[in-house]
Design a protein around this ligand. Structure first.
Ligand code: RNT
Ligand code: ZN
Length: 422
């Protein structure tokens, strides 16, 4: 793509700025508002959800990554270096979302129920250095004790107890991260439990899951440092007929226990979006965690593009003023393209969606309030061709990150000098 010069960009921006000003929108204020939003980057895009336990366990339990693009991060050092590059190409200050099996265990075999904050010290130091917050996840998959597809709802008590201990240990790790970094860590529980084919007893696994969650959350942790989230799913690979932790299950649980409800954009019926759920669930749960993702047919985890679903989600967050109660995380994994580019594309798109929503003029809401539905539709469509891209580019420049597709050149040169040698 031909790159515009800095002077071109300044001119386009000042034209855009006055167009928005005419509509009562202050682009400078929008940029300030956007700069306060942190997106939690998921570590697992960098290594195809592999983790660092070195047990040779293959990814499974409902998760699948396809592609074999060269340069996957194989060590924590490599993953941090890749994240450093991605973060330098994304405007704003963000967070890191780490999975438990990305701990640094030396050459020891530390089983999941034995994890301690010290195994995450390097990650915490790295985040502290960058003034970033962290979020955390117990890893209830890729493990011999999850090989039959059941964890917290397993019929055998010994197996359930193992996963309960892992989730309890994960909360302690999360709380340590929150304390060290001065911003609450959201620890999100997702489990793969479910059946490929039609079950006879749908109730007992759900009763067991509820009991396990109660045990996991029994110890109170200060919300200043730590928040609990639970994530539902409609179906997965190998759990097509029944998922224990369904939407109704976790929605009910989160409402009853006032937990953070995680909504993953790819975890519903293929044509069902999560945008319309936000204004409803927010009436009943204290906070929401988003896994911004993109479902494509049966896969829930494609790289986030600036599509209608994403714009609908970001519009809801802004229009309903939900940003203060929403933790925005990403969740996708694509091994068929450059993995750092995947992070950059997905995160920049999420920010672009938020910016577009913040640039909405007050006339839109006014039209609806006054019952002028013709103006509402006409304006909504006109807004699609407003020069929001010029504001985005100006924002990137003020945040000292490349505007336009200039970031891709940096990824390419890193690919040559670093990734190709792995
Ligand atoms: C799986 C869930 C979950 C995972 C991560 C790796 O369907 O979306 O969030 O993607 O825990
Ligand atoms: Zn998810």
């Amino acid at each position: 793509m031909k790159r515009s010069t800095k002077l071109d960009r300044q001119k386009t921006y000042s034209a855009a700025k006055s167009l928005y000003a005419d509509m009562g929108v202050n682009t400078e204020a929008v940029m300030r508002k956007l700069s306060k939003i942190s997106i939690s980057l998921h570590c697992w895009q960098g290594d195809d959800v592999g983790g660092f336990e070195n047990t040779g366990a293959a990814l499974g339990d409902g998760l699948a990554v396809t592609g074999n693009y060269p340069g996957r991060a194989r060590t924590p050092q490599e993953l941090r270096a890749d994240l450093d590059l991605a973060l330098s190409l994304i405007p704003g200050r963000h967070r890191l979302n780490l999975h438990a099996f990305y701990g640094e265990f030396g050459n020891k075999r530390v089983d999941r129920n034995e994890i301690k904050p010290r195994h995450y010290k390097n990650w915490i130091d790295w985040a502290k250095d960058k003034k970033m917050g962290m979020d955390f996840n117990p890893t209830c998959f890729s493990h011999p004790k999850a090989s039959d597809g059941f964890t917290l709802s397993h019929p055998k008590k010994a197996i359930r107890d193992f996963w309960i201990e892992h989730c309890q240990a994960s909360r302690e790790v999360g709380a340590a991260m929150g304390r060290a970094l001065g911003t609450p860590c959201v620890t999100n529980v997702w489990i793969p439990d479910g059946y490929k084919d039609t079950p006879v007893d749908r109730l007992s696994p759900r009763q067991r899951l509820e009991d396990s969650l109660d045990q996991i959350f029994a110890k109170r942790l200060s919300p200043k440092h730590h928040l609990d989230a639970v994530e539902c799913k409609l179906f997965g690979i190998g759990s097509e007929s029944y998922v224990v932790g369904s939407h109704e299950f976790y929605m009910g649980y989160a409402v009853k226990k006032q937990k953070v409800l995680c909504l993953d954009a790819g975890h519903f019926h293929p044509t069902e979006g999560i945008a319309d759920k936000l204004s409803s669930v927010m009436l009943h749960v204290p906070e929401v965690l988003l896994h911004v993702s993109r479902g494509v047919r049966w896969d829930s985890d494609h790289v986030v593009t600036l599509d209608d679903q994403l714009q609908a989600i970001t519009a809801e967050l802004v229009r309903c003023k939900l940003l203060d109660r929403t933790h925005i995380g990403l969740d996708f994994f694509d091994a068929s393209i450059n993995r750092i580019a995947a992070w950059v594309i997905g995160t920049r798109n999420t920010l672009k969606g938020l910016m577009m929503a913040m640039l909405e003029p007050p006339a839109l809401r006014k039209a609806e309030r006054e019952g002028d539905l013709t103006t509402r539709l006409a304006l909504m469509e006109e807004l699609k061709s407003m020069p929001w891209g010029a504001v985005w580019e100006a924002y990137c420049e003020t945040q000292n990150v490349p505007a336009g597709d200039a970031w891709l050149h940096q990824v390419r040169s890193y690919e040559k000098s670093v990734l190709a040698k792995r």
